[in-house]
Design a protein around this ligand. Structure first.
Ligand SMILES: Cc1cc2nc3c(=O)[nH]c(=O)nc-3n(C[C@H](O)[C@H](O)[C@H](O)COP(=O)(O)O)c2cc1C
Length: 223
């Protein structure tokens, strides 16, 4: 990279960034039997590792799942959690069960993101220690998500698993916390809108109702 002080982004580059932001989707349908080159994976991990982190803690750890049996075991944990979620979801259970919520078996690359055991960083973390570490790891995942879209490959964040069971399966230390399974790989096409919107599960809400001035609004003040 050129000297950061000398980098001035052009309008076209700014538009490209916004194009990537808008085109990013959470993907669950992958081209089975496809692959992602080591070069591309290196760029995705490098993007993740550029993320900001509280007190420069860099609490993210990535476990690339290469073993078929490990992937199968992970897929079963996800199935288990989907069933448990369905049983708690109430009236919309059958609708929920029709949703595609993961691509663990078909994605080209499966990566578990694990929050490392707390290294005792205090700077920026005195009041929200767990949350700030978690936010830092989430920043790394978002970087990866955007970098994947720029490579024209899909990434899906799966959080449907029991972290204790996944941690045990991946031999994580007991103070570590698996926070995400990332399904990565070529897709036939990117969803036009969030898949939950396309499937009629939920509507997106506009920014206008989330942007306040000076204080939290009183009820009815914001549409
Ligand atoms: C923390 C987090 C956990 C998520 N877990 C899941 C998941 O387990 N399964 C799934 O299908 N999507 C999951 N998603 C994706 C969201 O459903 C998706 O981001 C949202 O519907 C908006 O769609 P978009 O990402 O395509 O804009 C998760 C997203 C985040 C940020």
């Amino acid at each position: 990279m050129a000297n950061n002080k000398q980098i001035i982004f052009s309008k076209g580059e700014r538009e490209t960034l916004h194009k990537v932001l808008a085109a990013r989707r959470d993907m669950r349908h992958f081209v089975s039997g496809s692959s992602v080159s080591a070069d591309v994976m290196d760029r995705l991990f490098a993007a993740a590792h550029l993320a900001p982190s509280v007190g420069l803690m860099q609490p993210w750890r990535f476990i690339q799942v290469q073993n078929d049996q490990v992937r199968k075991d992970i897929a079963m944990l996800v199935d288990e959690e989907i069933k448990a979620t369905a049983n708690e979801i109430g009236l919309r259970k059958s609708e929920f069960l029709k949703l595609k919520l993961e691509g663990v078996r078909t994605c080209a690359q499966l990566v578990a993101v694990v929050l490392a055991p707390d290294d005792g960083t205090i700077l920026g973390r005195r009041t929200l220690p767990r949350e700030t570490a978690l936010c830092s790891a989430a920043c790394a995942i978002e970087n990866m998500w955007l970098a994947a879209r720029a490579e024209n490959i899909g990434l899906g964040w799966v959080s449907l698993f029991d972290p204790k069971k996944l941690g045990a399966l991946l031999h994580c230390p007991k103070e570590a916390l698996p926070i995400a399974l990332l399904c990565i790989g070529p897709v036939h096409e990117f969803y036009e809108k969030p898949m939950l919107v396309q499937e009629g599960w939920r509507d997106e809400k506009p920014l206008a109702g989330m942007l306040f001035e000076d204080r939290w609004p009183i009820e009815g003040e914001v549409q």
